[in-house]
Design a protein around this ligand. Structure first.
Ligand code: EPU
Length: 337
């Protein structure tokens, strides 16, 4: 039965663990229920699923729709399978399911918080893989016309932590399911990332499987990133900034040990975590918020009582310092409401 509740705390529904209230709230377990709610609703809408890439700074005066649809279907071809998951499937559980079925391509994306439906919005990525590499299409419901539309990989216009759902069609659609093309044999292992190689080596793994890669990624993430069920956070708070080669060469003279990744002939990406670490923010506390002690790119709800506003204030302090020290403008990666 579809129930709409008033004045519900959203603390359990956002991984930062910020305690704000939703004026109205409902949890959707089928797409039909979603359509019914949208038809009846006259309030502004606020959609969430895993709540893992958002920072809530105030009470949400809207109908909060929690997407909780479940289901995975697999269509196997010779060399690959088309795997479709409903939006509310937990991302990591979905990855684990694929590994148990020996379906390859997303094992490097193990343990990323959030749900399948939000994965294309910011083109989630880690350890040399992004979802755009296996994404075929997604189905999405238009919030006002209530018509479904299919978005191909190309139509999504994926970029680094970016897609059409963050730009030209922002807040227009609710993604209801996503289809991936995964390998059933001859898996294409992505082990180039230094930390994965070290992890496989230290565990003496000669025979690489998708399960071994997933386990390596899980270990790396557990050692560096806080578990949101223990310490509230939204993963990387900032994007890794991309600067011109000219600016980079000047900075490199001052900071020869600065890590970097060439993006094109003229652009270089710098790890924001390194910059924030250099600015001595690692482990820093600000009111109830803080900077994680093992990965400076992750802001945390240190005491469990942080407000969104406190996290915003901390992020402003960090941005200012990075601007002064490196003349780099950090861009927030998390969605702030
Ligand atoms: N570094 C430091 N100090 C720190 C953090 C990082 O010196 O406190 C240095 C590291 O030593 C390394 C470099 O910065 O040389 C990069 O660090 P890391 O490999 O941890 O990755 P990242 O660039 O900080 C990105 C993603 C993560 C993803 C990892 C692994 C972004 C914004 N973040 O982080 O994604 O898990 O690569 O691929 O691109 C997320 O988006 O929420 C997220 C966790």
């Amino acid at each position: 039965m579809l129930e709409i509740f008033n004045n519900i705390s959203l603390k359990p529904y956002n991984t930062f663990g910020v305690d704000v209230t939703a004026e109205q709230f409902c949890s959707i377990t089928s797409n039909d229920d979603l359509v019914t709610v949208l038809k009846q609703n006259k309030k502004p809408l606020f959609v969430l699923s895993g709540g893992s890439n958002m920072l809530l700074t105030k009470n949400i005066e809207a109908l909060v729709v929690h997407i909780n649809t479940k289901g995975i279907s697999v269509v196997k071809e010779k060399e690959y399978a088309l795997v479709t998951a409903k939006a509310g499937e937990n991302w990591h559980d979905f990855v684990q399911y694929c590994i148990s079925e020996d379906l390859g391509g997303i094992e490097n994306l193990s343990l990323i918080p959030g749900c399948v439906g939000s994965s294309p919005i910011q083109n989630i990525g880690a350890y040399g893989v992004e979802i755009k590499d296996t994404f075929v299409s997604c189905r999405a419901l238009h919030r006002s016309t209530l018509k479904y539309k299919e978005f191909s990989n190309e139509a999504c216009n994926f970029g680094y932590r970016d897609s059409i759902f963050k730009t030209s069609v922002k807040n227009e659609y609710i993604i209801t399911e996503v289809t991936f093309k995964l390998t059933t044999k001859n898996h294409n292992f992505k082990t180039a990332y230094g930390a994965i190689q070290q992890e496989l080596k230290s565990r003496n793994i000669g025979n690489i499987t998708i399960k071994n890669i997933a386990d390596a990624v899980i270990n790396i993430r557990k050692s560096k990133l806080p578990d949101p069920s223990e310490i509230g956070n939204s993963g990387s708070f900032f994007k890794n900034p991309v600067i011109s080669k000219v600016e980079f060469e000047q900075l490199q003279k001052k900071f020869p040990e600065m890590p970097f990744y060439p993006v094109s002939e003229t652009l270089i990406k710098i790890p924001a975590g390194w910059l924030i670490d250099q600015a001595n923010f690692k482990g820093y506390s600000y009111k109830n918020a803080g900077v994680h002690e093992n990965q400076a790119l992750v802001l945390i709800n240190k005491t469990g009582k942080a407000t969104g506003q406190e996290v915003v204030e901390l992020s402003a302090l960090i941005k200012q310092k990075i601007k002064t020290l490196f003349n780099i403008e950090l861009e927030v990666e998390v969605n702030i409401f």
